[in-house]
Design a protein around this ligand. Structure first.
Ligand SMILES: NC(=O)c1ccc[n+]([C@@H]2O[C@H](COP(=O)([O-])OP(=O)(O)OC[C@H]3O[C@@H](n4cnc5c(N)ncnc54)[C@H](O)[C@@H]3O)[C@@H](O)[C@H]2O)c1
Length: 382
Protein backbone atom coordinates (compact mmCIF):
# COMPACT_ATOMS: atom_id res chain seq x y z
CA UNK A 1 0.00 0.00 0.00
CA UNK A 2 1.37 3.41 -0.96
CA UNK A 3 2.30 5.77 1.86
CA UNK A 4 0.96 9.29 1.32
CA UNK A 5 2.15 12.68 2.57
CA UNK A 6 -0.82 15.03 3.01
CA UNK A 7 -1.10 18.75 3.72
CA UNK A 8 -4.24 20.44 5.06
CA UNK A 9 -5.06 24.03 4.12
CA UNK A 10 -7.34 25.82 6.62
CA UNK A 11 -7.66 24.37 10.10
CA UNK A 12 -10.88 25.65 11.62
CA UNK A 13 -13.76 23.30 12.38
CA UNK A 14 -13.47 20.92 9.46
CA UNK A 15 -9.71 21.04 8.81
CA UNK A 16 -9.16 19.48 12.24
CA UNK A 17 -11.61 16.69 11.34
CA UNK A 18 -9.62 16.00 8.15
CA UNK A 19 -6.36 15.75 10.13
CA UNK A 20 -7.85 13.36 12.69
CA UNK A 21 -9.65 11.11 10.24
CA UNK A 22 -6.71 10.88 7.82
CA UNK A 23 -4.68 9.40 10.67
CA UNK A 24 -7.14 6.51 10.97
CA UNK A 25 -6.28 5.34 7.45
CA UNK A 26 -2.80 4.29 8.54
CA UNK A 27 -1.10 5.01 5.20
CA UNK A 28 -1.47 8.83 5.27
CA UNK A 29 0.81 11.12 7.23
CA UNK A 30 -0.33 14.71 7.69
CA UNK A 31 3.04 16.42 7.32
CA UNK A 32 1.92 20.06 7.62
CA UNK A 33 -0.99 22.45 7.91
CA UNK A 34 -1.40 26.02 6.64
CA UNK A 35 -3.55 28.70 8.20
CA UNK A 36 -2.95 32.46 8.53
CA UNK A 37 -4.61 32.36 11.97
CA UNK A 38 -2.61 30.59 14.69
CA UNK A 39 -1.01 27.90 12.52
CA UNK A 40 1.67 27.03 15.11
CA UNK A 41 -0.86 26.52 17.93
CA UNK A 42 -3.20 24.55 15.69
CA UNK A 43 -0.38 22.26 14.50
CA UNK A 44 0.77 21.73 18.09
CA UNK A 45 -2.76 20.90 19.27
CA UNK A 46 -3.14 18.32 16.50
CA UNK A 47 0.45 17.01 16.79
CA UNK A 48 1.22 17.95 13.17
CA UNK A 49 5.00 18.44 12.72
CA UNK A 50 4.99 21.63 10.63
CA UNK A 51 2.90 24.82 10.37
CA UNK A 52 2.79 27.51 7.71
CA UNK A 53 0.83 30.75 7.45
CA UNK A 54 0.94 30.62 3.61
CA UNK A 55 -0.39 27.53 1.82
CA UNK A 56 1.74 28.21 -1.27
CA UNK A 57 4.95 28.09 0.77
CA UNK A 58 3.73 24.87 2.42
CA UNK A 59 2.95 23.16 -0.89
CA UNK A 60 6.22 24.27 -2.52
CA UNK A 61 8.32 23.21 0.48
CA UNK A 62 6.58 19.97 1.44
CA UNK A 63 5.74 18.77 -2.09
CA UNK A 64 2.93 16.56 -0.70
CA UNK A 65 0.97 13.87 -2.57
CA UNK A 66 -2.36 15.39 -1.58
CA UNK A 67 -3.77 18.73 -0.41
CA UNK A 68 -6.96 18.90 1.64
CA UNK A 69 -8.86 22.16 1.06
CA UNK A 70 -10.73 23.25 4.20
CA UNK A 71 -10.77 27.04 3.77
CA UNK A 72 -13.79 29.33 3.23
CA UNK A 73 -15.57 28.67 -0.09
CA UNK A 74 -14.10 31.61 -2.04
CA UNK A 75 -10.59 30.14 -1.63
CA UNK A 76 -11.33 26.59 -2.83
CA UNK A 77 -10.60 27.45 -6.46
CA UNK A 78 -7.20 29.06 -5.98
CA UNK A 79 -5.91 26.37 -3.60
CA UNK A 80 -7.18 23.50 -5.81
CA UNK A 81 -5.63 25.07 -8.91
CA UNK A 82 -2.33 25.72 -7.13
CA UNK A 83 -2.14 22.07 -6.08
CA UNK A 84 -3.16 20.66 -9.48
CA UNK A 85 -0.65 22.87 -11.34
CA UNK A 86 2.00 21.00 -9.35
CA UNK A 87 0.48 17.60 -10.16
CA UNK A 88 -0.92 17.17 -6.64
CA UNK A 89 -4.33 15.57 -6.00
CA UNK A 90 -6.71 18.00 -4.27
CA UNK A 91 -9.44 16.83 -1.89
CA UNK A 92 -11.88 19.71 -1.60
CA UNK A 93 -14.61 20.63 0.84
CA UNK A 94 -18.08 21.62 -0.35
CA UNK A 95 -19.47 23.88 -1.72
CA UNK A 96 -17.08 23.36 -4.63
CA UNK A 97 -16.32 26.94 -5.59
CA UNK A 98 -17.74 30.44 -5.53
CA UNK A 99 -18.80 30.52 -9.19
CA UNK A 100 -19.78 28.09 -11.94
CA UNK A 101 -16.89 29.34 -14.11
CA UNK A 102 -14.38 28.37 -11.41
CA UNK A 103 -16.02 24.94 -11.09
CA UNK A 104 -15.83 24.33 -14.84
CA UNK A 105 -12.16 25.44 -14.94
CA UNK A 106 -11.22 23.04 -12.12
CA UNK A 107 -12.93 20.07 -13.75
CA UNK A 108 -11.39 20.87 -17.15
CA UNK A 109 -7.88 21.14 -15.65
CA UNK A 110 -8.19 17.87 -13.71
CA UNK A 111 -9.47 16.09 -16.81
CA UNK A 112 -6.81 17.46 -19.16
CA UNK A 113 -3.98 16.60 -16.75
CA UNK A 114 -5.50 13.27 -15.58
CA UNK A 115 -5.44 14.27 -11.93
CA UNK A 116 -7.44 12.16 -9.48
CA UNK A 117 -9.60 14.48 -7.37
CA UNK A 118 -11.78 14.07 -4.30
CA UNK A 119 -14.75 16.05 -3.07
CA UNK A 120 -16.06 15.79 0.46
CA UNK A 121 -19.66 14.68 0.10
CA UNK A 122 -18.99 12.69 3.28
CA UNK A 123 -22.70 12.00 3.97
CA UNK A 124 -22.60 9.30 1.29
CA UNK A 125 -20.56 7.31 3.82
CA UNK A 126 -23.06 7.06 6.66
CA UNK A 127 -23.56 3.26 6.73
CA UNK A 128 -27.36 3.47 6.69
CA UNK A 129 -27.27 5.96 3.79
CA UNK A 130 -25.10 3.45 1.90
CA UNK A 131 -27.56 0.67 2.83
CA UNK A 132 -30.45 2.75 1.38
CA UNK A 133 -28.42 3.26 -1.82
CA UNK A 134 -27.72 -0.46 -2.11
CA UNK A 135 -31.36 -1.41 -1.36
CA UNK A 136 -32.53 0.87 -4.18
CA UNK A 137 -29.79 -0.44 -6.53
CA UNK A 138 -30.73 -4.09 -5.85
CA UNK A 139 -34.43 -3.45 -6.45
CA UNK A 140 -35.57 -3.95 -2.81
CA UNK A 141 -37.46 -0.64 -2.85
CA UNK A 142 -39.03 -1.05 -6.28
CA UNK A 143 -39.77 1.91 -8.53
CA UNK A 144 -39.08 5.20 -6.79
CA UNK A 145 -42.18 7.33 -6.30
CA UNK A 146 -40.65 10.17 -4.30
CA UNK A 147 -37.86 11.36 -2.04
CA UNK A 148 -38.28 14.03 0.60
CA UNK A 149 -36.65 15.33 3.76
CA UNK A 150 -34.39 18.17 4.72
CA UNK A 151 -31.40 19.52 6.57
CA UNK A 152 -32.07 21.52 9.74
CA UNK A 153 -29.66 23.50 11.92
CA UNK A 154 -29.99 26.29 14.50
CA UNK A 155 -26.55 27.90 14.59
CA UNK A 156 -27.97 31.02 12.81
CA UNK A 157 -31.16 31.23 14.92
CA UNK A 158 -30.28 34.54 16.65
CA UNK A 159 -29.51 37.82 14.90
CA UNK A 160 -26.29 37.93 16.93
CA UNK A 161 -25.10 34.71 15.25
CA UNK A 162 -22.43 35.65 12.73
CA UNK A 163 -19.85 33.94 10.48
CA UNK A 164 -18.03 34.36 7.14
CA UNK A 165 -20.76 32.13 5.69
CA UNK A 166 -23.13 35.15 5.86
CA UNK A 167 -20.93 37.16 3.47
CA UNK A 168 -21.51 36.32 -0.23
CA UNK A 169 -17.97 37.47 -1.14
CA UNK A 170 -16.64 34.52 0.89
CA UNK A 171 -19.56 32.13 0.81
CA UNK A 172 -21.15 32.57 -2.66
CA UNK A 173 -24.59 33.58 -3.96
CA UNK A 174 -26.46 30.93 -1.93
CA UNK A 175 -25.88 30.16 1.75
CA UNK A 176 -28.25 27.58 3.27
CA UNK A 177 -28.75 25.63 0.05
CA UNK A 178 -25.09 25.70 -1.02
CA UNK A 179 -23.86 24.88 2.49
CA UNK A 180 -26.19 22.06 3.55
CA UNK A 181 -28.82 21.72 0.80
CA UNK A 182 -25.94 20.54 -1.41
CA UNK A 183 -25.34 17.58 0.95
CA UNK A 184 -29.05 16.72 0.94
CA UNK A 185 -29.43 16.88 -2.83
CA UNK A 186 -26.31 14.80 -3.42
CA UNK A 187 -27.49 12.17 -0.96
CA UNK A 188 -31.00 12.07 -2.43
CA UNK A 189 -29.56 11.64 -5.93
CA UNK A 190 -27.05 8.97 -4.97
CA UNK A 191 -29.58 7.00 -2.88
CA UNK A 192 -32.27 6.91 -5.56
CA UNK A 193 -29.67 6.55 -8.34
CA UNK A 194 -31.11 9.34 -10.47
CA UNK A 195 -30.20 12.99 -11.08
CA UNK A 196 -32.53 15.92 -10.50
CA UNK A 197 -33.44 17.58 -13.80
CA UNK A 198 -35.64 20.48 -12.72
CA UNK A 199 -36.16 22.53 -9.53
CA UNK A 200 -38.58 25.06 -8.04
CA UNK A 201 -37.21 26.91 -5.00
CA UNK A 202 -38.60 29.24 -2.37
CA UNK A 203 -36.05 31.23 -0.31
CA UNK A 204 -36.47 33.30 2.86
CA UNK A 205 -34.08 35.39 4.92
CA UNK A 206 -35.61 35.65 8.41
CA UNK A 207 -32.98 38.02 9.78
CA UNK A 208 -32.80 40.82 7.21
CA UNK A 209 -29.96 42.35 9.22
CA UNK A 210 -27.54 40.77 11.68
CA UNK A 211 -25.17 42.08 14.31
CA UNK A 212 -21.65 41.63 12.97
CA UNK A 213 -19.12 41.63 15.83
CA UNK A 214 -16.38 44.24 15.50
CA UNK A 215 -13.96 42.06 17.46
CA UNK A 216 -13.22 38.34 17.22
CA UNK A 217 -16.27 36.30 18.29
CA UNK A 218 -14.30 34.45 21.00
CA UNK A 219 -13.89 37.78 22.78
CA UNK A 220 -17.60 37.72 23.49
CA UNK A 221 -17.95 34.28 24.96
CA UNK A 222 -20.20 34.47 27.97
CA UNK A 223 -21.20 38.14 27.56
CA UNK A 224 -23.96 39.94 25.66
CA UNK A 225 -23.07 42.18 22.73
CA UNK A 226 -23.21 45.90 23.53
CA UNK A 227 -24.20 48.36 20.76
CA UNK A 228 -20.59 49.57 20.45
CA UNK A 229 -19.42 45.97 19.92
CA UNK A 230 -21.22 45.31 16.64
CA UNK A 231 -22.29 46.75 13.34
CA UNK A 232 -25.81 46.10 11.99
CA UNK A 233 -25.28 44.63 8.49
CA UNK A 234 -27.81 43.68 5.79
CA UNK A 235 -28.05 39.95 4.96
CA UNK A 236 -28.38 38.98 1.30
CA UNK A 237 -28.43 35.17 1.44
CA UNK A 238 -31.16 32.72 2.51
CA UNK A 239 -31.64 31.34 6.05
CA UNK A 240 -34.20 28.87 4.66
CA UNK A 241 -35.32 27.27 1.46
CA UNK A 242 -37.78 24.71 0.23
CA UNK A 243 -36.98 23.06 -3.07
CA UNK A 244 -39.23 20.89 -5.23
CA UNK A 245 -37.41 18.46 -7.54
CA UNK A 246 -38.23 16.42 -10.63
CA UNK A 247 -35.80 13.53 -11.18
CA UNK A 248 -34.73 11.87 -14.45
CA UNK A 249 -36.34 8.56 -13.38
CA UNK A 250 -39.73 10.25 -12.94
CA UNK A 251 -39.50 10.50 -9.13
CA UNK A 252 -40.58 13.68 -7.35
CA UNK A 253 -38.78 15.29 -4.45
CA UNK A 254 -38.96 18.02 -1.85
CA UNK A 255 -36.57 19.29 0.83
CA UNK A 256 -36.59 21.90 3.60
CA UNK A 257 -33.24 23.47 4.34
CA UNK A 258 -33.07 25.61 7.48
CA UNK A 259 -30.28 27.26 9.46
CA UNK A 260 -32.56 28.93 12.04
CA UNK A 261 -34.63 25.95 13.27
CA UNK A 262 -34.33 26.09 17.08
CA UNK A 263 -33.18 22.86 18.65
CA UNK A 264 -32.07 21.04 15.52
CA UNK A 265 -28.27 21.12 15.57
CA UNK A 266 -27.43 19.19 12.44
CA UNK A 267 -30.30 16.98 11.33
CA UNK A 268 -30.44 15.50 7.87
CA UNK A 269 -33.61 13.60 7.02
CA UNK A 270 -34.13 11.40 4.00
CA UNK A 271 -37.36 9.57 3.15
CA UNK A 272 -37.75 7.44 0.06
CA UNK A 273 -41.10 6.06 -1.09
CA UNK A 274 -40.93 3.13 -3.50
CA UNK A 275 -43.38 0.65 -5.01
CA UNK A 276 -42.17 -2.18 -2.70
CA UNK A 277 -41.40 -0.36 0.57
CA UNK A 278 -40.34 2.98 1.97
CA UNK A 279 -37.21 4.10 3.83
CA UNK A 280 -36.56 6.71 6.51
CA UNK A 281 -33.19 7.86 7.84
CA UNK A 282 -32.31 10.60 10.34
CA UNK A 283 -28.67 11.69 10.75
CA UNK A 284 -29.29 12.49 14.44
CA UNK A 285 -30.12 8.79 14.91
CA UNK A 286 -27.78 7.73 12.15
CA UNK A 287 -27.20 4.10 13.16
CA UNK A 288 -30.78 3.08 12.46
CA UNK A 289 -32.69 2.67 9.20
CA UNK A 290 -36.51 2.42 9.21
CA UNK A 291 -38.13 0.30 6.52
CA UNK A 292 -41.86 0.76 6.04
CA UNK A 293 -44.29 -1.86 4.68
CA UNK A 294 -47.98 -1.84 3.84
CA UNK A 295 -48.84 -5.54 4.28
CA UNK A 296 -46.56 -6.58 7.13
CA UNK A 297 -44.81 -5.12 10.15
CA UNK A 298 -42.33 -2.31 9.65
CA UNK A 299 -38.64 -2.96 10.33
CA UNK A 300 -35.72 -1.18 12.00
CA UNK A 301 -32.26 -2.15 10.74
CA UNK A 302 -29.33 -1.44 13.07
CA UNK A 303 -25.84 -0.53 11.85
CA UNK A 304 -24.45 -4.04 12.04
CA UNK A 305 -22.00 -5.14 9.33
CA UNK A 306 -22.95 -8.78 9.83
CA UNK A 307 -26.53 -8.26 8.64
CA UNK A 308 -26.38 -5.31 6.22
CA UNK A 309 -25.30 -5.67 2.57
CA UNK A 310 -21.56 -6.46 2.18
CA UNK A 311 -21.06 -3.14 0.35
CA UNK A 312 -22.38 -1.39 3.47
CA UNK A 313 -20.31 -3.61 5.74
CA UNK A 314 -17.24 -2.52 3.78
CA UNK A 315 -17.61 1.07 5.06
CA UNK A 316 -18.21 0.12 8.72
CA UNK A 317 -15.27 0.00 11.17
CA UNK A 318 -16.91 -1.53 14.26
CA UNK A 319 -19.41 -4.30 15.11
CA UNK A 320 -23.12 -3.67 15.69
CA UNK A 321 -23.97 -1.78 18.87
CA UNK A 322 -20.81 0.35 18.60
CA UNK A 323 -22.04 3.70 17.38
CA UNK A 324 -20.42 5.31 14.33
CA UNK A 325 -21.23 8.75 12.99
CA UNK A 326 -20.02 12.01 11.48
CA UNK A 327 -16.20 11.59 11.83
CA UNK A 328 -16.38 8.03 10.53
CA UNK A 329 -17.92 9.24 7.26
CA UNK A 330 -14.73 11.25 6.62
CA UNK A 331 -12.53 8.25 7.27
CA UNK A 332 -14.51 6.06 4.86
CA UNK A 333 -14.70 8.73 2.16
CA UNK A 334 -10.94 9.40 2.38
CA UNK A 335 -10.22 5.66 2.26
CA UNK A 336 -12.01 5.40 -1.10
CA UNK A 337 -10.45 8.61 -2.46
CA UNK A 338 -6.89 7.56 -1.52
CA UNK A 339 -7.45 4.12 -3.09
CA UNK A 340 -8.46 5.87 -6.34
CA UNK A 341 -5.36 8.10 -6.16
CA UNK A 342 -3.15 5.05 -5.63
CA UNK A 343 -4.74 3.29 -8.61
CA UNK A 344 -4.66 6.44 -10.79
CA UNK A 345 -8.42 6.04 -11.22
CA UNK A 346 -9.68 9.33 -12.68
CA UNK A 347 -13.09 7.83 -13.48
CA UNK A 348 -14.32 8.08 -9.89
CA UNK A 349 -16.58 5.62 -8.13
CA UNK A 350 -18.99 5.74 -5.23
CA UNK A 351 -17.11 8.66 -3.67
CA UNK A 352 -17.52 12.18 -5.04
CA UNK A 353 -14.89 13.90 -7.17
CA UNK A 354 -14.59 17.30 -8.87
CA UNK A 355 -17.28 16.39 -11.45
CA UNK A 356 -19.70 15.96 -8.55
CA UNK A 357 -18.56 19.37 -7.32
CA UNK A 358 -19.42 20.90 -10.68
CA UNK A 359 -22.74 19.07 -10.64
CA UNK A 360 -23.45 20.55 -7.19
CA UNK A 361 -22.73 24.04 -8.57
CA UNK A 362 -25.11 23.47 -11.51
CA UNK A 363 -27.91 22.40 -9.16
CA UNK A 364 -27.22 25.38 -6.91
CA UNK A 365 -27.28 27.79 -9.86
CA UNK A 366 -30.70 26.49 -10.95
CA UNK A 367 -32.03 26.67 -7.37
CA UNK A 368 -30.92 30.30 -6.95
CA UNK A 369 -32.37 31.27 -10.33
CA UNK A 370 -35.66 29.54 -9.55
CA UNK A 371 -35.98 31.35 -6.20
CA UNK A 372 -35.31 34.68 -7.93
CA UNK A 373 -37.64 34.13 -10.86
CA UNK A 374 -40.39 32.14 -9.07
CA UNK A 375 -40.60 29.33 -11.62
CA UNK A 376 -39.38 25.81 -12.48
CA UNK A 377 -35.79 25.88 -13.79
CA UNK A 378 -34.04 23.07 -15.66
CA UNK A 379 -30.62 22.01 -14.35
CA UNK A 380 -27.89 22.28 -17.01
CA UNK A 381 -25.97 19.11 -17.79
CA UNK A 382 -22.20 18.93 -17.19
N1 LIG B 1 -18.33 18.30 4.72
C1 LIG B 1 -18.81 18.86 5.82
O1 LIG B 1 -19.58 18.26 6.54
C2 LIG B 1 -18.38 20.27 6.18
C3 LIG B 1 -18.64 20.75 7.47
C4 LIG B 1 -18.20 22.03 7.80
C5 LIG B 1 -17.54 22.81 6.86
N2 LIG B 1 -17.35 22.34 5.60
C6 LIG B 1 -16.68 23.19 4.59
O2 LIG B 1 -15.31 23.36 4.97
C7 LIG B 1 -14.86 24.68 4.65
C8 LIG B 1 -14.34 25.33 5.94
O3 LIG B 1 -15.40 25.44 6.86
P1 LIG B 1 -15.15 25.53 8.45
O4 LIG B 1 -16.46 25.33 9.09
O5 LIG B 1 -14.02 24.65 8.85
O6 LIG B 1 -14.73 27.05 8.58
P2 LIG B 1 -13.86 27.71 9.73
O7 LIG B 1 -14.11 29.17 9.64
O8 LIG B 1 -14.07 27.01 11.03
O9 LIG B 1 -12.35 27.40 9.26
C9 LIG B 1 -11.76 27.97 8.12
C10 LIG B 1 -10.27 28.07 8.37
O10 LIG B 1 -9.62 28.52 7.17
C11 LIG B 1 -8.60 29.42 7.56
N3 LIG B 1 -8.20 30.24 6.42
C12 LIG B 1 -8.76 31.38 5.94
N4 LIG B 1 -8.06 31.83 4.90
C13 LIG B 1 -7.02 30.97 4.70
C14 LIG B 1 -5.94 30.90 3.77
N5 LIG B 1 -5.77 31.82 2.82
N6 LIG B 1 -5.07 29.87 3.87
C15 LIG B 1 -5.22 28.92 4.82
N7 LIG B 1 -6.22 28.93 5.74
C16 LIG B 1 -7.11 29.95 5.67
C17 LIG B 1 -9.22 30.21 8.70
O11 LIG B 1 -8.23 30.89 9.46
C18 LIG B 1 -9.91 29.10 9.48
O12 LIG B 1 -9.05 28.50 10.42
C19 LIG B 1 -16.06 25.39 4.04
O13 LIG B 1 -15.96 25.34 2.64
C20 LIG B 1 -17.25 24.59 4.51
O14 LIG B 1 -18.37 24.66 3.65
C21 LIG B 1 -17.74 21.09 5.26
Amino acid sequence: MKKFRACVVGVGFIGAVHVEQLRRLGNVEVVAIADPAGAEEKAAALCVPKAYSDYREMIDTEKPDTVHICVPNNLHYEVAMYAMERGISPICEKPFSKTLEEARALVAYAKEHKIVTGFNFNCRYYPQAMQMRKMVEKGDVGDIFSVHGGYLQDWLFLDTDYSWRLEPEQSGASRAFADIGSHWTDLAETVIGSKAVEVFADFETFHKTRKKPLKPIATYSGMALRPEDYQEVPIETEDYCTVLFKFANGAHGCCNIHQAFAGRKNQMLLDVAGSKCSLHWDSEDSNELWIGHRERFNERAPKDPSILYPETGAIISYPGGHVEGFPDTFKQNFKCIYKAIEEGNTEGGEFANFEDGLREMLVCEAVVRSAKEGRWVKIDEI
